[in-house]
Design a protein around this ligand. Structure first.
Ligand SMILES: Nc1ncnc2c1ncn2[C@@H]1O[C@H](COP(=O)(O)OP(=O)(O)O)[C@@H](O)[C@H]1O
Ligand SMILES: [Mg+2]
Length: 331
């Protein structure tokens, strides 16, 4: 049976990877010219995918050893070192051993530390300085530091007081071009003998602000729902989204159940606004019948800690857009 070409987790090779040609060239150019790179974007935009895609290109794969170390689940320096050891050496090791291994490697190395902002949450205060020192003395490796919490990364890399200051160039990953996405999707539908109505991709793209993972998830459903010889039409989009949201209904209900009444009210209010700016202002508080600004402040902190809400460019938003749609259906 033909594989569903719209991948929703991991990287499955260039055939299933849409565009990112310019970004791939830029990333490779920086790394092969001896620069370390900070790779930033919103969550689920495609950073990790781009890392794997770039590392798989011939000029990289044939010349370098490449490693992607995901430190999302690490909580302190020890766990970071353990994760690096596992990926780079296939074993637990000390930082000295890891960097000695890299230095003695028969090829230059490219090492991506994915979800790098996690180190800002470690209890140790000197992690940046320690890493910076090792990296500075390691001449045959270059590094990518990738992450989605812009403010944390920006502080680390562009504040003169911090160890990594001015040691990297920055690559910000935006949305994939909508026209290119449509061409990519259409080609995959046609390859399977299915037809994709013009405008379907644009409509999905708009609904989810061009964030890659949501587009992939909806296209994956639409592809599955379209039989060979049949057309995928715009009317099918809402049905597909409803189904995805319903599939997660129990998880969402559980999440909501864990919140206090005040947290729930604030979550709903932010969801109604879509993007919410001054949530402690009297206008927002009145419009959504919330309690005092101080209780909004307490509530937003725990919504952010639970990663239900994100803060980006001065605006609060529900993190999972499918969760937001589910919330809308409940109010
Ligand atoms: N260029 C792309 N073409 C197709 N799918 C992609 C592309 N980039 C990312 N994806 C898919 O989108 C999802 C999110 O991408 P990911 O790289 O994990 O985002 P990030 O690391 O920025 O959070 C993944 O499931 C991946 O399969
Ligand atoms: Mg990632």
């Amino acid at each position: 049976m033909l594989k569903n070409p719209f991948v929703t987790s991991g990287y499955d090779g260039p055939e299933y990877f849409c565009d990112r040609e310019e970004e791939t060239v830029k990333l490779i150019r920086q790394l092969t010219n001896g620069n370390n790179v900070v790779l930033m974007s919103l969550r689920r935009m495609g950073k990790t995918g781009l890392l794997h895609h770039a590392f798989q290109q011939e000029e990289i794969a044939n010349e370098y050893h490449t490693f992607v170390v995901d430190i999302y689940s690490t909580k302190n320096l020890n766990e970071l070192v353990a994760e690096m050891g596992k990926v780079i050496l296939n074993a637990d090791a000390t930082l000295d051993q890891i960097f000695d291994y890299i230095k003695q490697s028969d090829r230059p190395c490219l090492i991506a530390i994915d979800e790098f902002q996690q180190i800002a949450h470690y209890p140790e205060k000197n992690v940046e300085a320690i890493l910076r020192t090792y990296i500075q003395h390691c001449s045959n490796a270059n590094f990518v530091f990738s992450g989605s919490e812009r403010h944390l990364l920006a502080e680390m890399f562009s504040s003169p007081a911090r160890p990594f200051y001015a040691s990297t160039s920055t690559l910000s990953l935006g949305c994939i071009d909508s026209i290119k996405y449509e061409a990519f999707a259409k080609a995959h539908f046609e390859k399977a003998g299915k037809h994709l109505e013009a405008g379907v991709v644009a409509a999905v793209y708009d609904k989810f602000d061009g964030v890659t993972w949501y587009i992939q998830k909806v296209l994956n459903h639409l592809f599955a729902e379209t039989d060979a010889g049949e057309w995928c039409t715009k009317e099918m989009i809402d049905v597909a989204v409803d189904e995805i949201v319903k599939d997660n209904g129990e998880i969402y209900a559980d999440l909501l159940y864990q919140l206090t009444a005040k947290q729930k009210e604030l979550l709903m209010a932010i969801n109604i606004e879509g993007k919410a700016k001054t949530i402690t202002g009297s206008k927002f508080i009145k419009a959504h019948h919330l309690a005092a600004a101080s209780s909004v402040q307490t509530a937003i902190k725990s919504l952010m800690d639970r990663q239900l809400v994100t803060f980006h460019l001065g605006e609060y938003e529900i993190y999972d857009k499918f969760f937001g749609i589910w919330l809308s259906s409940k109010s």
